[in-house]
Structure formats: C-alpha cells, structure tokens
Design a protein around this ligand. Structure first.
Ligand code: IDP
Ligand code: MG
Length: 154
C-alpha cells in the first residue's frame, strides 16, 4: 500500500556540517518532493550516539565512528513521503563512497567511508526507532502541504 506519510531519519554528520553542505543536502530532498517535518542542529553525546549505532557496537571501527560523530554538531532531520526510506538511501549512496554513484550525496561529496557526510535509516523499523531516539513527538510537525499533495503525487 502506498504510504505518502512514510518517514526516515536523515542526519548530516559533523563533516557535512563543517564543510558547509547542509543547504545542498536539504535542497536535494526538497527538490525531490519530500516534506521536511523535523530539523535540529545538536552536538550529540557519546551515550546518545552509542545507542544510535548500537547494532554496530562490536565492529572494529565502532570507537572511531563514535569519535567522529561526537566531534561536532550534526543536523538531525525527519523527511516524509512515499518510499522515503529506500529513496533516501539511494540519494545518500553506498556506505563506502567508492561504491557510491556520482550524483548521490556520498558519490558527489565524499571519498572515505569514515567521512561519508550523512546518515539515512535503512528500513522503516529502524527509521521509527531512530526518529524516536532523536526527536520528541512534539518536535515533529505533522502539517498538510497542498502543493505536494496535488503536484508530487497522482
Ligand atoms: P550506513 O551509514 O550506510 O547505514 P553502516 O554499516 O550502518 O552504514 O555504518 C554506519 C557508519 O559507520 C557508516 O556510515 C560509516 O560512517 C561508518 N562505517 C561503516 N563501516 C566502516 C568501516 O569499515 N570503516 C570506517 N567507518 C565505517
Ligand atoms: Mg546504517
């Protein structure tokens, strides 16, 4: 069943913020036709990031991943629209920028896996978990957008 209210957690990592790519990344999702329903900049704590990446806690790169992610502010967002989880992953590109197609965010702006600019949820279930981890319910704006309803969807 088509769900135009599907949500994904998309985050610009500290390298993306430092490199001034926030506007460019937001623009790609806006231009695609997705709706921004939550956004905040924050410097996340180590504990918060360890919980976000809990599935990776046994990986050898986990400590360096956490050090990278606590090193500066991130821009946390919730984007909404049809197939946003899958489309968001496609727009980001592969985890390793070497495998990311030019035209994707990672394929255009990054070179190494450990500095790959952005995060996107990999499934609807993980999106729901991540959104609840980063945002309070009242920080998410459930608003009608007549232009999107009429001109992005049939
Ligand atoms: P994803 O971000 O594409 O979903 P995950 O496998 O969930 O990829 O890994 C989370 C993040 O951990 C990656 O985006 C990247 O920043 C980092 N990472 C993953 N694999 C490696 C690695 O082999 N070396 C260094 N960092 C890695
Ligand atoms: Mg992942």
């Amino acid at each position: 069943m088509a769900n135009v209210n599907e949500r994904s957690f998309i985050m610009i990592k500290p390298d993306g913020v430092h490199r001034g790519l926030v506007g460019k990344i937001i623009k790609r999702f806006e231009e695609r036709g997705y709706k921004l329903v939550a956004l905040k900049q924050m410097t996340a704590s180590k504990a918060h990031l360890e919980e976000h990446y809990v599935d990776l806690k046994d990986k050898p790169f986990f400590p360096s991943l956490i050090n990278y992610m606590v090193s500066g502010p991130v821009v946390a967002m919730v984007w909404q629209g049809l197939d946003i989880v899958k489309q968001g992953r496609a727009m980001l590109g592969a985890t390793n920028p070497l495998a990311s197609a030019p035209g994707s965010i990672r394929g255009d702006y990054s070179i190494q896996t450990g500095r790959n600019i952005c995060h996107g949820s990999d499934a609807v279930e993980s999106a729901n978990r991540e959104i609840a981890h980063w945002f309070k319910p009242e920080e998410i704006n459930d608003y009608a957008s007549p232009f999107i309803s009429a001109w992005v969807y049939e």
